[in-house]
Design a binder for this molecule. Structure first.
Ligand code: HGY
Ligand code: MN
Ligand code: MN
Length: 423
């Protein structure tokens, strides 16, 4: 006769937080660049990370599936006819040379809160869908928010023809990633499918640290415009073409970089970043023929951002004209500022208070999938303090104690919805 095996006791909150930290460490190994974390959409590293996340979702009692974009969707309670779902989520792609918490922390905290709800409070009277988005950063195709765009019914089919640095189309990458370009349109949420989208994320700024709070409730997310531009002149020999005869686009790019910095410094709240610059053909004894740059412009107010983008476009045109260069200016993504839902903000605030911590409110300067989701469902976000506000680089860091608070807050939030209903 087989010996009876006692069920393992449920994990404590500190054990769950430690598990989240260990899982962030484990997922850091899924990278396309040895020695640093770089996990673009659709890459083998993303497939590996998605497999681990899927296993942990299954362990937490969820059913899982891959959607048309390649997002991983975990579901607790299945679908209940005519009962809108609660959506939780964040992303598992990364920037180049990333930290280990941006995006993944929110997915892993949500897994713990869902598991805890299942094992303690019992099942909620509504489905809970955990969305692990496959592309939020836009590293590979400069697209950003691919998964949430499709869910929000905002996926532009023209995106499918975008190519990565190796000429692979998004259509090809999506198929290889287990997605289905033909299924994108039917992915869109219908009215009544969901009643809220809630995302846990590291703050990526220094505010929570400055007020000694482990978590904070987000009020709104700044708008952002991502521009891809190029300046084209004429390549030539570095040793023979006289300075006054050159059509060198790189000094023009330098002027534009400084113009963007100057405008942002002179405009309260405006942020302008040139994050990539590529001079072609790229040899020390060749005058560049073409320079490509990315320009990221952000402001909490859409009107200020729009004027800044127009101003910088005019400046770029003038710089190019003065040097007889051709300018290409393409707006790759343009997202308005998004307010979070007042009722969800209040409920998250109550959940924070229930854990005994101060209820801090703050805006987000970083973009999140909540931006796109806000078109179809009320959204809210919980930020977790990170050391020095450092993010988008390897020094990104959170404490296990703060992660425990985030799990606890999300647990209280879920339990309040489960017990009190949605109103
Ligand atoms: O760019 C952003 O704000 C986000 O991290 N993707
Ligand atoms: Mn990010
Ligand atoms: Mn993120």
């Amino acid at each position: 006769m087989a010996a009876s095996v006692a069920a393992a006791p449920p994990l404590t909150l500190p054990e769950r937080a430690a598990r989240v930290m260990a899982r962030c460490d484990a997922l850091a190994a899924f990278t396309e660049e040895p020695g640093r974390i770089t996990r673009p959409y659709g890459a083998p590293a993303a497939i590996g990370a998605r497999q681990s996340l899927a296993q942990w979702m299954l362990d937490a009692g969820m059913e899982t599936r891959i959607d048309a974009v390649g997002d991983l969707c975990g579901q607790l309670n299945g679908s209940i006819p005519d009962v809108p779902a609660l959506l939780l989520g964040s992303h598992f792609d990364s920037v180049r040379d990333a930290g280990r918490y941006d995006g993944l922390l929110g997915i892993l905290v949500s897994i713990e809160a869902i598991d805890r709800l299942r094992l303690t409070t019992g099942r909620a009277p509504f489905p809970i869908d955990l969305l692990a988005f496959a592309d939020e950063e836009g590293l590979r195709f400069q697209t950003t928010y691919l998964g949430s765009c499709a869910l929000a019914g905002a996926f532009d089919p023209a995106f499918l023809d975008l190519t990565d640095a190796n000429g692979v189309t998004l259509r090809e990458a999506m198929t290889l990633f287990g997605g289905n370009p033909a299924g994108l349109a039917s992915m869109a949420l219908n009215p009544g499918d969901a009643f809220a989208y809630v995302e846990v994320h590291i703050e990526q700024g220094p505010y929570l640290e400055s007020v000694a709070a482990p978590v904070g409730v987000v009020t709104a997310i700044s708008g952002q415009t991502r521009i891809l531009l190029s300046l084209t002149g004429e390549a030539g020999h570095a040793g023979t073409v006289a300075m006054h005869l050159r059509r060198d686009p790189l000094p023009a790019a330098a002027e534009l970089v400084l113009a963007a910095e100057t405008l942002a410094r002179q405009t309260r709240g405006l942020l302008a970043t040139i994050g990539t610059i590529d001079a072609e053909p790229g040899a020390s004894n060749v005058i560049p023929g073409r320079v490509s740059l990315s320009l990221d412009v952000r402001h909490p107010e859409d009107a200020v951002r729009a004027i800044a983008v127009e101003t910088l476009h005019a400046r770029a045109s003038a710089i190019a004209a003065a040097r007889a260069l051709d300018l290409e200016w393409r707006i790759a993504r343009d997202h308005p500022a998004v307010p979070c839902d007042p009722a969800l903000i209040a409920r998250l605030g109550h959940a924070v208070a229930a854990t005994g911590h101060p209820v801090e409110h703050l805006p987000s300067g970083a973009g999140h999938d909540a931006v796109t989701m806000s078109a179809v469902v009320p959204v809210a976000m919980l930020f977790v303090r990170c050391a020095g506000g450092i993010s988008h680089q390897p020094a990104e860091s959170v404490t296990v104690d703060d992660v425990a608070v985030a799990i606890d807050v999300l647990d209280h939030f879920l339990a309040s919805l489960a017990h009190e209903g949605r109103s």
